[in-house]
Design a protein around this ligand. Structure first.
Ligand code: PEP
Length: 252
């Protein structure tokens, strides 16, 4: 079974409210074939509301995600944002465990696991990111690293129906270097086999596993044509409508 592809744009700390809304409007009016692909954008926290309003106006087919979330409900956690706040701003997804959160902000697998559980219990769908560093890859520890991140991130999560995993090799993020389609496919297959082991064959079969790391219109078709690559998590190339649409329409 080939799963319905999901093309997700992680805008990171880019685009102000007006430019985020303008980009969302352009995507909404681009004639995307939503019957054959899902599309999601992840603006910064402050821009979730206006972007969510813009996509609602534009037909409501594009989903909105947060880029992070805190696992507590409310309280003295200055600077943090809860699942219910994200939902009330109009997002239905959150990205969790992005390598920039892990490397720059010190998020651990245990933190990420708490966030995954909280997000799901509040009704948010989750993109759980995992990926190895160049050092880990060169040391032959790529698969082990990624499977450990996936396993720990999903600890105690029985139902994976609202979970998507994104494999993002750290050395390929924002660097212009992409994993070869064959290497990415091998990792995706390893993730799927592992999920079959720790959950069930059915859960593994229906799990969408995205690839992220310098995805561009030029390489999207080859990557997304692989059996176990079910979409893309796109950073830099999601900031310009033409480029992002070139990836969204990867098989057109
Ligand atoms: C990302 O940050 O999730 C990402 C994949 O970035 P880029 O596409 O710019 O490599």
């Amino acid at each position: 079974m080939k799963r319905k592809p999901l093309i997700a744009g992680n805008w990171k700390m880019n685009l102000d409210a007006a430019s985020g809304v303008a980009l969302a409007e352009e995507l909404c009016s681009a004639g995307i074939d939503f019957a054959s692909r899902d599309v999601l954008v992840a603006p910064s926290f402050t821009n979730i509301y206006p972007v969510a309003e813009a996509v609602k106006e534009g037909g409501g087919k594009i989903a909105v995600a947060a880029q992070n979330m805190y696992f507590e409900d409310s309280g003295a956690f200055t600077g943090e944002v809860s699942a219910s706040m994200i939902k009330s701003a109009g997002a239905s997804w959150t990205i969790l465990g992005h390598s920039e959160r892990r490397a720059i902000f010190g998020e651990t697998d245990a933190d990420i696991n708490k966030k995954v559980k909280k997000a799901l219990s509040e009704g948010l769908s989750v993109i759980l990111c995992a990926g190895e560093t160049l050092w880990e890859r060169e040391a032959g520890a790529a698969v082990e690293t990624v499977l450990a991140q996936v396993g720990k991130g999903l600890e105690g999560v029985k139902d994976l129906k609202n979970v998507v995993v994104a494999y993002e090799p750290v050395w390929a993020i924002g660097t212009g270097r992409t994993a070869s389609a064959a290497d990415a496919e091998a990792m995706h297959k390893a993730i799927r086999n592992y999920v079959a082991e720790i959950r069930s064959a059915a859960a593994a079969e229906s799990l969408r596993i995205l690839y992220g790391g310098s995805v561009k219109p030029e390489n999207a078709g080859e990557l997304l044509g692989m059996d176990n690559i079910d979409g893309a998590l796109v950073g830099g190339a999601s900031l310009k409508a033409a480029q992002f649409l070139g990836i969204i329409n990867f098989d057109k």
